[in-house]
Write a protein that binds this ligand. Structure first.
Ligand code: NAD
Length: 260
């Protein structure tokens, strides 16, 4: 179904993005990886994807805070694979602090990576998708694109903005073969939330596992983390023909967090 298609996944050197890259590669998609990290480890990841799934995987080191880098990321992907079929805007960062103590430079960085980078990537990718008459834009938002939590001014603002951007792009591409959707995960155990788990464990004077359980108990009724594999499966569904009429949505995958 996806064999030979090209997927560009931002922030795919770890966590959810890498899991999505693996899910798409498992269906025969060629992959453009992007993200920060140790070059040797990234090269091993790229090589591993090629070997395990018999696809072509490339890597681009675009810094998603830099619009010119994003132009290069998109155009290099299109030129080297002959087009772009699937764009997953996944790169993201976090910082937690009360609004009156929130460092302005962290605000600017979070808005840049978690929101503006998706605009730039979509802006440059849509013309390539229109030429093919097919495309999937999948924005990894968050439950924080739908509801708020304290101490996350920048993250919640960026993710709400990303859900809005998803809807606008859906309206502008409706009927063209392109869909635009957001996925809104609850707690998923990755490096992004590890500092929050550590802080919770320290505040309670418990071990890391108990810290994680406490965070789940507060927000996620299933009391289970979302898995990276489950997020990969949802992306595959959004890339299937069964989802041709699903566009402009923000789909929670959150163990009931936003049902409360
Ligand atoms: N983990 C969760 O509980 C959770 C919940 C909801 C949404 N999300 C979202 O999922 C996405 C992936 O996060 P994750 O949990 O896998 O965390 P992660 O830290 O493992 O992954 C983040 C990725 O973004 C990349 N990145 C960060 N800054 C970048 C920059 N300037 N340029 C290029 N790449 C950059 C990192 O290199 C990494 O590949 C994020 O958008 C995050 O907001 C995560």
């Amino acid at each position: 179904m996806l064999k030979g298609k090209t997927a560009l996944i931002t922030g795919s050197t770890s966590g959810i993005g890498l899991g999505i890259a693996r899910a798409l590669a498992g269906q025969g998609c060629n992959i453009m990886l992007n993200g920060l990290g140790d070059p040797e480890k990234i090269e091993a990841t790229r090589h591993g994807l090629q070997r395990e799934f018999s696809i072509t995987a490339r890597y681009h080191d675009a810094d998603m805070t830099r619009p010119d880098d994003i132009t290069s990321l998109v155009e290099t992907t299109a030129a080297s694979f002959g087009g772009i079929d699937i764009l997953v805007n996944n790169a993201g960062i976090q910082h937690t602090a009360p609004v009156e103590e929130f460092p302005p430079e962290r605000w600017a960085a979070i808005i840049a990576v978690n929101l503006s980078s998706s605009f730039y990537a979509i802006h440059h990718t849509v013309p390539h998708m229109r030429r093919r008459g097919w495309g999937r834009i999948i924005n990894i938002a968050s439950v924080h694109g739908l509801v708020a939590s304290a101490n996350k001014a920048a993250y919640v603002s960026a993710k709400h903005g990303l859900v809005g951007l998803t809807k606008v792009v859906a309206l502008e591409t409706a009927g063209s073969g392109i869909t635009s959707n957001a996925i809104c995960p609850g707690w998923t155990r990755t490096e992004l939330i590890e500092p929050q788990i550590v802080a919770r464990a320290q505040a309670l004077g418990v071990d890391i596992e108990a810290g994680g359980r406490s965070m789940l108990a507060e927000k996620q009724p299933s009391q289970q983390f979302v898995s990276i594999e489950q997020l990969g499966q949802l992306v595959l569904f959004l890339c299937s023909s069964g989802s041709d009429q699903i566009t402009g949505t923000a789909i929670p995958i959150d163990g009931g967090w936003t049902a409360q």
